[in-house]
Design a protein around this ligand. Structure first.
Ligand code: FPP
Length: 246
């Protein structure tokens, strides 16, 4: 257990640079459960509970936006029971945590399509977003029923519906029409569970993000694991396509 009395940045002196926006692909819940002889649902539950560790740690480090990939448009093809379980978990998470998230200054955002989600859960998501919209401690952007390509399709449709002439379409405009319109691009994308894929996650926004993959399963990804990711980020030389600085 880390000594919570010492400020987090003093506990991890090798973390010298803090990304403004961290985006996490929370993979490995199923394998975490299997390794313990538990059903996959127990892994997703442990993964949800893990937000109680990672969100405060990210806030203490000074991260402004934390995006979590909680349910992708591709996840609909999982067994019905697992899909239902993930929906239930988000509903329970909002019900259980909303008050304390609000009290702690967390601004909740949703990235993804609301259509397709059951109306009760849609209403819970909208309530959480509306209640916390002015909070400033950290933004928790929940990518739920989210797909990067679907997001670009939705943006282009909205641009066309708004009647923009082709020459008015710029990168800046497309960025603005994405679900993340007013959020900064991610600086660091973390993937747990040992795979090396972006899996349709923030494919437009992560064009210049640093990428960090760890074998740790998501339910095991704690404060110290987050610090390792930030330490690695601190050592990266971000060039955005330019020549290196001497
Ligand atoms: C990948 O693990 C994880 C997911 C598909 C869902 C992630 C969701 C949560 C952590 C909980 C929902 C979040 C909220 C905010 C309620 P996997 O099942 O693909 O793991 P595996 O690769 O080991 O099988």
């Amino acid at each position: 257990m880390p000594d919570q009395k010492i400020p987090i940045k003093e506990r991890y002196p090798s973390v010298t640079r803090i990304p403004n926006h961290v985006a996490i692909i929370m993979d490995g819940n199923g394998r975490w459960a299997r390794a313990r002889g538990l059903p996959r649902a127990a892994g997703h539950r442990a993964g949800t509970d893990n937000l109680r560790r990672v969100l405060p740690a990210a806030t203490d480090f000074g991260v402004s936006v934390l995006t979590i990939y909680a349910f992708s448009t591709e996840n609909w093809s999982r067994p019905l029971e697992e899909v239902r379980g993930l929906m239930t978990l988000l509903g329970e998470f909002i019900q259980r945590e909303l008050r304390s998230l609000h009290a702690n200054g967390v601004c909740i955002r949703h990235s993804g399509r609301l259509e397709g989600i059951n109306p009760r859960l849609q209403a819970q998501i909208q309530e959480a977003v509306a209640l916390t919209r002015d909070n400033k401690a950290i933004t928790l952007n929940v990518a739920f029923n989210y797909g990067g390509r679907a997001e670009i399709v939705d943006a282009v449709q909205r641009i066309m519906r708004d009647g923009a002439p082709p020459e008015a379409v710029t990168e800046e405009m497309i960025s603005r029409y994405l679900y993340t319109g007013d959020l900064p691009d991610p600086d660091l994308v973390v993937r747990t569970g040992g795979e090396y894929r972006l899996s349709n996650f923030l494919i437009w926004q992560a064009a210049y993000a640093e990428y960090y993959a760890t074998p740790a399963y998501w339910p095991d990804f704690d404060e110290a694991e987050l610090a390792k990711a930030l330490e690695t980020y601190s050592q990266r030389d971000r060039r955005f396509g330019k020549v290196p600085n001497n």
